[in-house]
Ligand binder design. Structure first.
Ligand SMILES: [Zn+2]
Length: 283
């Protein structure tokens, strides 16, 4: 039975209780997230039973989409609870309520906090002639062989389309006109341990000359569609180095795009697979 603040006991640890958070159910099986970070004895027991721990990113190419969604929700919700110990309005301790769906202040029950999701715009920019895509790599991206879609947080009071235009201007110094939203992807392991919602867009460039912000970016350039197609092909393989593989690039290209678990891969693949620009036809 799902219960709000039921405690479970972990044998063998001096700290004896954690708060499970309800994720949902499949049939008659209820699923909960339990953060056992720091419970060394329990972790050892689980490992001794033949299980192993792995970061969520490492599982992205190994488990089903359904299992990955459950794991992503568990990690995001657990991190949110861990990062919201104190009430932001009065400073008192907070406690989980409603099976971990919210947190309430222990001094004033009207002080409540809800799990947070940060909106991020991620966009492929098509050149004026429709033959090239703008790809780049921010300095914050650790994988140096990657070129991908530009992206950035949507600010308060800003539309998705406005965020796309602002980010492209800030990162590449390029004006864009039309913006089309193609799809979205939750990203539970976002920057700073936050849960993000990646909103995938395609935008049309209004110029060709780039003025990138090299304090923020390592690389920003136009890539012709023929080259992008090759990058999509090699980056769809299971030996992608981003997945821990030993894949090698053909001589004609000098970059990988993200592997298929990322929405950037699908934005780039979708654009490269089209012979015209259907996304701008109705604008
Ligand atoms: Zn409070």
């Amino acid at each position: 039975m799902p219960a709000g603040t039921e405690q479970i006991h972990i044998a063998g640890d001096s700290a004896t209780s954690v708060h499970p958070s309800l994720l949902g159910h499949e049939g008659s099986t209820w699923k909960f997230a339990v953060d056992i970070s720091g419970y060394e004895s329990t972790i050892s027991q689980i490992q001794a039973a033949g299980y192993q721990f792995e970061e969520l990113r490492g599982l992205m190419s190994k488990v089903s989409g359904g299992d990955l969604a459950i794991g992503g929700q568990a990690v995001a919700l657990s991190q949110w609870h861990a990062n919201h110990t104190y009430c932001p309005r009065c400073g008192a301790m907070m406690k989980p309520i409603e099976a971990g769906a919210k947190r309430a202040c222990t001094k004033n029950e009207r002080h409540r906090e809800y799990p947070r999701t940060d909106a991020v715009a991620i966009m492929l920019v098509e050149s004026e002639d429709g033959q090239s895509a703008l790809l780049g790599r921010a300095k914050s991206i650790r994988s140096k062989g990657i070129l991908t879609c530009l992206s950035g947080f949507i600010e308060q009071g800003e539309s998705i389309e406005e965020a796309v235009r602002r980010e492209i201007m800030e990162e590449a110094g390029l004006p864009v006109t039309s913006v089309v939203i193609l799809g979205s992807q939750p990203w539970p392991i976002g920057r700073g341990g936050s849960c993000e919602l990646m909103i995938g867009c395609i935008a049309k460039a209004a110029a060709s000359e780039l003025h990138p912000d090299m304090d923020e970016m390592d690389d920003v350039r136009w890539i012709h569609k023929d080259v992008v197609k090759q990058a999509v092909h090699v980056s769809s393989q299971p030996d992608h180095p981003y997945l821990g593989g030993q894949g090698e690039l053909p001589a004609e290209i000098d970059f990988w795009i993200p592997p298929p678990f990322a929405i950037a891969h699908h934005l780039i693949k979708t654009w490269a697979g089209q012979t015209s620009s259907p996304w701008f036809a109705k604008l």
